[in-house]
Design a protein around this ligand. Structure first.
Ligand SMILES: Nc1ncnc2c1ncn2[C@@H]1O[C@H](COP(=O)(O)OP(=O)(O)OP(=O)(O)O)[C@@H](O)[C@H]1O
Length: 333
């Protein structure tokens, strides 16, 4: 695999001012400041190939934004080596910027008082995009992201969903090879989220744009990113595909039993009842030790059983279990 992004033992340490409690502490820190060091990113290594779509996941404060900022050249690593499109991103900020697109869900890159179209025109000048390519890309993006109705409206008048689509379009106008997105669906309603996800999956698939995405919405990951990089406290905990994560953790499966008439409470030793919906009951079973047949044998034939289904745990449950257990699943890149 020839890597478009490679990180080797990357670290980032921040110095934070230590605040002593109370008013006295605040006064004291005016005269003598004390600092603590926070390792936002600790010894992270991975390699990403052109055309991949990777979800970068972790709880609040895990170091996701810091890593994105280093890959986009905004921050300099404190240690290790980082290469994006063959260059160290911070020292080659200008060349890096021409090849990447960046969307920060919480920070706009559009000009607030200008119509969307004018922000795009400024972007064309800054990135020196040839007119014909700009016109083609704008037509494509405006159609795909359903933006034609509001291209001439000032950004401040747009809804969050409209603005986010405009942010994504602007980040793609210069045909970047890599698109970095930091929480692109934050605050969007379900319809807007769906439109953004479908579009990102499409440009990854059809244009081969490499996507690196941080999000707290796990459906973003399920629909866009086959590969997950999971971090906590700055450290790498998992790098691989969702099925591997499911396989490593997912011995617990949900079994759904549906009855023609409510059998009342059912208590089994082979599976644990987790939700009782009367006619439909959900059980958890350990599929490493227990088969459906074991459960049905224990249940016996005295029930009006209509349907049996084994369900994969939802991605939310897999990720929650992962962060509770934090098993060592790291594979070297
Ligand atoms: N400029 C900074 N100066 C000092 N500390 C910082 C700075 N930026 C981030 N940190 C600290 O580094 C750690 C990682 O922060 P980061 O923003 O990368 O986390 P995150 O995973 O993106 O979190 P979230 O999901 O909440 O956005 C946190 O402890 C944060 O307080």
């Amino acid at each position: 695999m020839s890597a478009i992004i490679s990180a080797s033992n990357v670290t980032k340490t921040f110095r934070q001012t230590k605040r002593l409690p109370g008013l006295g502490g605040a006064m004291a820190s005016l005269f003598s400041r004390q600092f603590t060091e926070v390792k936002a990113v600790a010894d992270i290594s991975f390699a990403i190939a052109a055309g991949e779509a990777v979800g970068y996941l972790g709880p609040n404060g895990a170091g996701k934004s810091t890593m994105i900022k280093m890959m986009t050249g905004i921050l300099v690593p404190s240690g290790g080596s980082l290469s994006v499109l063959g260059c160290e991103p911070h020292s080659h900020r200008m060349t890096n910027a021409a090849e990447i697109g960046v969307v920060f869900g919480q920070r706009s890159q559009l000009w607030w008082d200008l119509p969307v179209r004018d922000s795009f025109a400024l972007h064309r000048h800054i990135y020196d995009i040839p007119q014909a390519r700009f016109t083609d890309n704008l037509a494509f993006l405006a159609t795909m992201l359903a933006m034609t109705d509001y291209l001439d409206r000032p950004v401040r008048q747009l809804s969050l969903g409209q603005r986010m689509r405009a942010e994504i379009a602007m980040a793609l106008l210069h045909d970047p090879k890599i698109l970095f997105l930091d929480e692109p669906t934050i605050g969007l309603d379900v319809v807007a989220k769906d439109a953004v996800r479908k579009f990102l999956a499409q440009i990854n698939r059809e244009r081969g744009t490499t996507i690196i995405l941080t999000t707290h919405d796990l459906q973003d990951i399920e629909e866009i990113c086959p590969r997950l990089i999971m971090v906590d406290d700055g450290r790498l905990l998992f790098d691989g595909e969702l099925p591997r994560l499911r396989a490593a953790l997912g011995s617990r499966r949900r079994l759904r039993l549906e009855f023609g008439s409510d059998p009342g409470l059912i208590s089994l030793t082979t599976a644990r009842l987790v939700t009782d919906g009367g006619l439909a009951k959900h059980f958890l079973l350990d599929s490493e030790t227990t088969s459906i047949l074991d459960v049905l044998t224990e249940l016996g034939s005295g029930y009006d059983l209509k349907d049996v289904a084994l369900e994969e745990p939802a991605i939310e449950e897999v990720i929650r279990t992962f962060y509770q257990q934090k098993p060592n699943l790291v594979t070297a890149p």
